[in-house]
Design a protein around this ligand. Structure first.
Ligand SMILES: *Cc1c(COP(=O)(O)O)cnc(C)c1O
Length: 365
C-alpha cells in the first residue's frame, strides 16, 4: 500500500512523459536525442544479428509509447501492419466479433478473410453492450475501436472487455483516435492496443507507422506479435521511427489545441443551416458532419470538402494540419457511413480562421 502511494506521488504526468521518455542516458557529452541507425545487419555475437529482428532506433519510440499506454510496445511499418499482426493471433477458422463500422482497412481485411473462408466475423454495433455480449460465446477475438472511424461511436471498453474475457476471447482496441493521453485501454484490462502512429502520435502527416502495446502480463502475446513482425517483415524504417518520436514530443500540446478547436467548431457547426447533423463525442479532435443538400447530400458534401482553402480535402487524420474528406468516396467504406458524411480532422490552426474557411465553403454550396 505504502509502495503504491509512493508510486502515485512520483508518477509523472503524460505531458511530461511525451517529452522526457525515450532519451539516451545522461552521460557527459551524450546527445540529447537518440541517433538514427541505418543498417541492415550487425557484427556477430551481439544481442541482435539482423535489422529485421531489431533496430536501436525503434527502441526509444517503443519505450515511450509503451510507458504512455502502460505496457510493452512494438513498432510496425504501418497501422495496418500492426492490425494484421494482431489479427494473425486468431487461429484459422476462428471467430472475430468486430464493429460493423470502423476503420475501413480493418473492416475490409475482415470481410475478405470471411470471403476466403479463413475467419468467421460477427458484426456488431459497439455501442450496444447487449448485442456485443450476445455475439461473444465461442469468439477468439473482440476487436474494438473507440471512438470509431468515422461515426465516432463510443464503446464501453471496460464492460465489454470483462464480457469478452468471461467468454474466453482476447480483446484488441484500436486507440488511434484517442491516443494514450485521452484513453488507456490497458487499464481496462484489454489484451492489446493498436495504433496507427501515422495519425496523432507522429502528428505531421509525413510518416506511416503502426504500434501494438500489450500489458506486462501479456508477454506471450507480445512475443507472438514480435515473431509476426520478424517473419512477416512489416518493420519500421529507422527514419520513420525517429520522426514519430520527434512528433510525439509535442503530442500533448498538439492534442490540447486540436481538441479545443474541435469542441468549439462542433458547437458552431451545429447552428449552421447547411449542416444536418454534427457527430462529436464531447472529446477528441475529430468531428464528423452530415451536409444538407439536394437528394442524399453526397454532392453537397463533396463540394463542401473541395471548397475549403485552409482545410485540405485529403484522406487521413491526426496531423497539425486540418483535413476533411467525404468518407464514402473511399471504396470499402462501410455502408453504415452516410453518403453525406464529411470527417473533419481538426488541426492546430487558429480556430476563427478554420471557422471562416468552413463558413465560406458551406455558404458557397
Ligand atoms: C489510419 C488508421 C488505421 C491504419 O493505419 P495506417 O497507418 O494507415 O496503416 C487503423 N486504424 C485507424 C482508426 C486509423 O485511423
Amino acid at each position: 500500500m505504502e509502495q503504491q502511494d509512493d508510486d502515485a506521488q512520483t508518477e509523472l504526468s503524460p505531458r511530461t512523459k511525451v517529452v522526457a521518455l525515450g532519451r539516451p542516458a545522461r552521460t557527459p557529452g551524450a546527445a540529447l536525442n537518440p541517433p538514427v541507425t541505418f543498417t541492415s545487419t550487425y557484427i556477430a555475437d551481439g544481442p541482435a544479428n539482423y535489422a529485421r529482428v531489431s533496430n536501436p532506433t525503434w527502441t526509444p519510440l517503443e519505450e515511450a509509447v509503451g510507458e504512455l499506454e502502460g505496457g510493452e510496445a512494438l513498432v510496425f511499418s504501418s497501422g495496418m501492419a500492426a492490425v494484421s499482426a494482431v489479427l494473425a493471433l486468431v487461429p484459422a477458422g476462428g471467430v472475430v466479433v468486430a464493429p460493423a463500422s470502423a476503420y475501413n482497412g480493418v473492416v475490409v481485411t475482415l470481410a475478405e478473410a470471411v470471403e476466403e473462408g479463413r475467419l468467421t466475423v460477427r458484426w456488431v454495433d459497439v455501442t450496444d453492450d447487449e448485442a456485443v455480449t450476445a455475439a461473444l460465446p465461442g469468439a477468439d477475438l473482440l476487436w474494438l475501436e473507440s471512438p470509431t472511424n468515422p461515426l465516432l461511436d463510443i464503446a464501453d471498453i471496460r464492460a465489454l472487455t470483462a464480457a469478452a474475457h468471461a467468454a474466453g476471447a482476447l480483446v484488441a482496441v484500436d486507440n488511434t483516435f484517442a491516443t494514450p493521453l485521452l484513453q488507456r485501454p490497458l487499464e481496462d484490462d484489454v489484451d492489446v492496443v493498436v495504433h496507427s502512429a501515422t495519425k496523432y502520435l507522429a502528428g505531421h502527416s509525413d510518416v506511416l507507422l503502426g504500434i501494438t502495446v500489450t500489458p506486462v502480463r501479456g508477454r506471450a502475446i507480445h512475443d507472438r506479435l514480435a515473431r509476426r513482425r520478424l517473419l512477416g517483415g512489416a518493420i519500421a524504417g529507422p527514419m520513420e521511427a525517429w520522426l514519430a518520436l520527434r512528433g510525439l514530443r509535442t503530442l500533448s500540446l498538439r492534442l490540447e489545441r486540436a481538441c479545443d478547436n474541435a469542441a468549439e467548431l462542433s458547437r458552431r457547426l451545429t447552428d449552421h443551416p447547411r449542416i444536418a447533423r454534427v457527430r462529436y463525442p464531447g472529446w477528441g479532435a475529430i468531428v464528423s458532419v452530415e451536409v444538407d443538400g439536394e437528394g442524399d447530400g453526397a454532392t453537397a458534401a463533396e463540394a463542401f470538402a473541395a471548397g475549403t482553402r485552409i482545410w485540405s480535402n485529403s484522406t487521413s487524420l491526426g496531423g497539425v494540419e486540418s483535413q476533411l474528406e467525404r468518407r464514402r468516396r473511399q471504396p470499402g467504406e462501410p455502408e453504415a457511413v452516410p453518403v453525406n458524411l464529411v470527417r473533419m480532422s481538426v488541426g492546430v490552426e487558429d480556430v476563427d480562421d478554420l471557422w471562416a474557411d468552413l463558413v465560406q465553403a458551406l455558404d458557397a454550396l
